[in-house]
Design a protein around this ligand. Structure first.
Ligand code: G
Ligand code: G
Ligand code: MN
Ligand code: NA
Length: 254
């Protein structure tokens, strides 16, 4: 079956679900946020990775509808977690470039935010560096509208694109997410800290917070703290978990 047909069917037949990865405040060691990530498990148990089906959803336009479902699911789950734990967690939601450019994007955000009893600054949209650098006027206008709604915006996979730093200075993002590829290099040699250090300093100078992605070792945590980066996510703290596993994890961590 074609991937696109399979994906439409998966969506209709509830084979898609969301998982959530904890984000940790390195000063307190406590969770302060989650990143929402989509998963596809077919009825016969096969996992199809998002790297394979997201591009298909993007090129077909299905991502627009799927993106609404992702937003709605993540916000509903966050509301549920707030009712149960009241931790004031942030929720990071990945936004495809196709969604970001879609004329109805802001209406969708508005509609979804209005469905749930959440503080809007708990909601953070993640866009990649390449989208962030797309067309400066459009990006600036969209960012302003998202901020006017009270939500936040992060740049995902930061450092892997070719950000024009002078553009970055004129756009207001709330957070930079240091790409895992740079964190991987922080494991042993000191040389591996130059890029993270530069990004952390950039964040401080531009008044954006900075989170490290893909943290897997205590060594990386120590180095990040040494560089004044106090937020991280990665397998060292917790893998992306479905709601049931996340609640068990939270019961043990708070
Ligand atoms: O969770 P995992 O590492 O398998 O995700 C791989 C990639 O798939 C991520 O880097 C991200 O770009 C994409 N992805 C995962 N979940 C979502 C989602 O909910 N929306 C969008 N647009 N992309 C996602
Ligand atoms: O949206 P983004 O491109 O940042 O996607 C993050 C991806 O990285 C997700 O697919 C998630 O499953 C994965 N991930 C998160 N933490 C770790 C980690 O510590 N190690 C590895 N290998 N992958 C991770
Ligand atoms: Mn992300
Ligand atoms: Na990333």
């Amino acid at each position: 079956m074609l991937m696109l047909q399979g994906l439409r069917k998966a969506h209709a037949e509830h084979e898609l679900f969301m998982v959530y990865q904890p984000q940790i405040d390195l000063n307190t060691g406590k969770i302060n946020g989650l990143e929402a990530l989509i998963r596809w498990k077919t009825h016969n148990g096969t996992m199809i990775p998002p790297d394979q089906f997201i591009p298909v959803a993007e090129s077909s336009g299905l991502i627009v509808q799927l993106g609404e479902w992702i937003m709605c699911s993540a916000l509903r789950d966050l509301e549920h977690l707030e009712n149960r734990y009241a931790l004031g967690l942030q929720m990071g939601i990945n936004i495809s470039p196709v969604q970001f450019r879609h004329p109805n994007f802001l209406n969708t955000i508005k509609t979804e935010l209005n469905k749930f009893n959440l503080s809007r600054n708990q909601v953070e949209f993640e866009i990649t560096e390449s989208v962030a650098m797309m067309d400066i006027d459009t990006v600036r206008a969209t960012l302003k509208q998202i901020h006017d709604l009270g939500a936040q915006v992060a740049i995902d996979d930061f450092g892997t694109g070719f950000s024009c730093l002078s553009y970055l200075e004129t756009l207001h993002f709330d957070r930079l997410k240091i790409d895992k590829s740079f964190i991987d290099k922080m494991s042993n040699e000191n040389a591996g800290t130059y890029i993270p250090e530069m990004i952390i300093n950039l964040g401080r100078d531009l008044d954006m917070s900075v989170i490290a992605e893909g943290v897997e070792t205590q060594e990386q945590v120590s180095r990040l703290k040494g560089l004044n980066c106090f937020e991280a996510q990665g397998y060292f703290f917790g893998k992306p978990m479905d709601m049931k596993s996340l609640e068990i994890w939270l019961d043990g961590h708070i």
